[in-house]
Design a binder for this molecule. Structure first.
Ligand code: NDP
Ligand code: OXD
Length: 316
């Protein structure tokens, strides 16, 4: 066996996607699967993780670098016994592009009143609704990282007024940006709020009743709309349901939920003004993930710095 570091795979994605991606990947490295409980992981150097097993770090005590299966690392950071070694986030052009597609699609769907027209279609109702233009609305994006920055640019191309909010101030051409101290001013201008935040101690439960109440009322759609593809733990679902039912919010598009999979009992499924997708806004391409990891392992073995390393103090 080569002297290249051994790799553990613990990716709770569709098994067929992982198996397909493994063909020809990680050449020259021993690859072990955490799902094989008889595998000896004790000398493994690297792990690709998505929702890791709770005993993974006991079984693999010599890991040197962890590769997150996704852009978000909240589930890795919450795993018991997490060693103090670098965690590399997944940053990938296709992941970014597909997220922006989802965000633009949701904003356009609410702009063009797709939920209302689907209700009319089911009752065979031919009635034209009033139709503002994208430029009549302001989309506010919370989270201006890799995904947020691509989304704001593409929303802008579609003609929306676009503003953004992030922990630290960003400069993005054509986009007015706010830092974390300016949340209320940002919300007061926002007709469609897009959440692209990581789940951290600071962002847990941030989308609550008081935040929804600060969004702009009486804009071109009448009521504000909430779109979230960051993490479900950032939204307080009882507040969200109340806001949708009382008319504080006019609609929502939700890809992420407090508990996933979303329970069949959830009220969201049956709400006419809510679009639900199953945490599918932008799934990781496993082949790209492994390729990306291979490049980083080679960098690491040459003594070069890893890229996209999680900052343990901020939690993303
Ligand atoms: P990044 O780390 O690149 O960006 C995170 C952004 O959030 C940054 O702008 C950061 O601010 C901001 N932020 C973090 N904490 C705070 C805070 N407390 N207050 C204000 N702003 C804050 O992440 P990505 O853009 O790559 O991904 C974002 C999230 O999207 C992931 O963490 C994941 O949860 C989710 N995701 C969901 C997917 C899906 O299919 N639904 C797919 C992929 C990702 P600053 O710029 O100042 O650091
Ligand atoms: C991610 C995700 O974080 O798919 O990449 O949610």
């Amino acid at each position: 066996m080569s002297d290249k570091g051994t790799v553990v795979i613990d990716l709770k994605f569709e098994r067929r996607d992982v198996d397909r991606a493994m063909a020809g990947a990680l050449a020259g490295r021993q690859v072990l699967h955490a799902s094989d409980k008889s595998a000896d992981l004790s000398n493994a150097s690297y792990a690709f993780l998505w929702k890791p097993d709770l005993d993974l770090f006991d079984r693999a005590p010599k890991l040197k670098v962890l590769f997150s299966g996704g852009a978000g690392v909240d589930s890795i950071l919450a795993t018991p016994g997490l060693p103090d070694i670098p965690i590399v986030r997944f940053v990938d052009e296709s992941l970014t592009t597909r997220m922006s597609e989802w965000v633009v699609l949701q904003c356009l769907s609410h702009l063009r009143q797709t939920p209302a027209y689907l209700v009319q279609q089911r009752s065979r109702t031919w009635r034209e609704l009033s139709q503002p233009e994208a430029k009549d609305l302001t989309v506010g994006v919370m989270g201006l990282g890799v995904l947020g920055q691509d989304s704001v640019r593409k929303l802008k191309i579609m003609g929306f007024n676009v503003i953004g909010w992030s922990r630290t101030q960003k400069t993005i051409e054509g986009i007015e940006t706010y830092d974390s101290s300016e949340l209320d001013a940002f919300l007061a201008r926002t007709d469609i709020l897009v959440g692209l935040l990581p789940l951290t101690d600071e962002t847990r439960g941030i989308f609550d009743a008081s935040l929804f109440a600060k969004l702009r009322q009486g804009g071109a759609l009448g009521k504000p709309v909430f779109v979230n593809a960051g993490r479900g733990g950032s939204q307080v679902e009882k507040d969200l349901i109340a806001a949708l039912e009382s008319g504080v919010l006019g609609g929502a598009s939700l890809d992420v939920f407090e508990r996933e999979p979303l329970s069949p009992e959830s009220r969201f499924w049956a709400m006419d003004n809510v679009i639900v997708t199953p945490h599918a806004a932008s799934a990781s391409d496993v082949r790209a993930l492994l390729r990306n990891g291979e490049v980083q392992m080679e960098r690491f073995e040459r003594g070069e710095a890893l890229q996209h390393v999680v900052d343990r103090t901020t939690g993303y």
